[in-house]
Design a protein around this ligand. Sequence first.
Ligand SMILES: [Zn+2]
Length: 192
Amino acid sequence: MKTNKTLYLGKELKQIRGKYFYLRKKLGKEKKLKQIIKIKNKEKRKINTLLHTVSKEIIINAYQNKSTIVIGKLKNFKKNKGRKFNRKISSFSYYKLTQYLEYKAREKGIPFIKVSEFNTSKTCSVCGTIGKRDKNWFKCTCGYEDNADRNASINIAKRGLSQELKLGVVASTQKSLNEEISTKSVQSCVIA
Ligand SMILES: [Zn+2]
């Protein structure tokens, strides 16, 4: 399986959040409440625009290359209240992005598959065994190492493609993936 471009969206989101966090803090000290609300809305719009731009890019790309879009299902999205604020925001952005993608994919007739993310971050996307994840880096005994989210996204893509081909193969047993999948190329988008 060839793996091409990976789009990392998290950095841009963090930049937007960081900028507005700083602005809100500053306005908070000056007790400018109206402006804080204004800025909060501006931040939301900026993130929304980014999500629309990115989803549009992915859709155009998928349409032109006759690709299938595979996304990892976000589990317990609404139950994650105890998590860190940042994490919650990116879960929410991810959720929104997947909604935009699904809607736009339907409109264009692009195959759209949702799969479970179970074990996708622990499994090696090359050999299929369980590897080691250290913060943002994934390492496997087969010699493969990569950005951990990228590795996980390739597993998600494989899982989706095997589902599409009705092979019933999961990421943890990738050794049995057939030729059809191994010749496909993957482009991924990481929002972490
Ligand atoms: Zn491996």
